[in-house]
Write a protein that binds this ligand. Structure first.
Ligand SMILES: Nc1ncnc2c1ncn2[C@@H]1O[C@H](COP(=O)(O)OP(=O)(O)OP(=O)(O)O)[C@@H](O)[C@H]1O
Ligand SMILES: [Mg+2]
Length: 239
């Protein structure tokens, strides 16, 4: 099993504001791994630090065994990592097609068209609407577009930040299922999710972040069935 991501003793934040303290985690190739934790605990900062969008201080981040700590985002994209941000992840005033094309900077037209075709194949809801503005999409469709755009760079490893936030339960389910099915295309998934139960149900493993630290890790099932974790981190609704 290839260790696609290995993070050790990672510290990071925003300029001089430290948010992350000694993060140790890993993701193996083919896995679906969920990060959960309360609002403001540093989940987004963690994946942004890995992806070169927050300030890396110390520690080590390895991708497929190679050191990538503090690497720039464009370099990470070229290496096969993609990221879907928590907010503002599509350009509403551009068409669906334009949004997708923006995910393929520097690709030849032939390859770009192929990649767009493939992404739309995974998200057929968008297929007949490529000339509509992204602003006309529902919340769930926007997330599909944001994920499709991330796929245009042909990533091996996809980081997603709360892709089901603010969606109806039906869309939440659908989006998580689609993300899970990306594994069939050889894409490894690391996801931050507020809808912890939903995401953990599809996951191999999970990490719980609190106050910028990993406070628990384990198999997804173990996390889902731990009564204490349920009370503090999964919400009581059972959804
Ligand atoms: N650009 C920034 N500059 C300074 N501090 C920031 C910045 N962005 C976020 N923070 C702070 O970093 C801390 C962690 O934020 P982060 O967004 O990582 O939390 P989160 O776990 O993703 O929360 P949520 O569940 O609400 O998305 C918070 O205290 C937040 O206010
Ligand atoms: Mg966040």
């Amino acid at each position: 099993m290839t260790r696609i991501l290995e993070v050790s003793a990672l510290e990071g934040g925003y300029d001089k504001v430290q948010i992350l303290y000694g993060i140790d985690m890993y993701v193996d190739e083919g896995e679906f791994v969920t990060i959960i934790g309360p609002n403001g605990c540093g989940k987004s900062t963690l994946i942004k630090t890995i992806f070169g969008l927050a300030t890396y201080y110390t520690g080590q981040v390895k991708f497929n065994g190679s050191e990538i700590s503090g690497f720039r985002t464009d370099k990470l994209v070229n290496m096969g990592i993609a990221y879907v941000p928590q907010v503002d992840n599509v350009f509403p005033s551009l068409s669906i097609l334009d949004n997708l094309q923006m995910g393929g900077n520097g690709l030849s037209k032939t390859i770009l068209d192929e990649r767009i075709e493939r992404a739309l194949g995974m998200f057929p809801d968008l297929k007949d609407r490529t000339h509509d503005l992204a602003a006309s999409l529902s919340g769930g469709e926007r997330q599909m577009l944001a994920i499709s755009r991330a796929l245009i760079s042909d990533p091996k490893f996809l980081l997603l930040d709360e892709p089901t936030a603010a969606l109806s339960p039906l869309y939440q389910q659908q989006i998580i299922e689609r993300i899970d099915s990306l594994r069939d295309q050889g894409i490894t998934v690391l996801i931050v999710e507020q809808n912890a139960r939903l995401s953990l149900a599809r996951s191999d493993r999970g990490y719980i972040v609190s106050n910028g630290k990993i406070v628990h890790t384990g198999d997804a099932n173990e996390i889902l069935t731990d009564p204490e974790i349920g009370e503090y981190f999964l919400g009581s609704t059972g959804h």
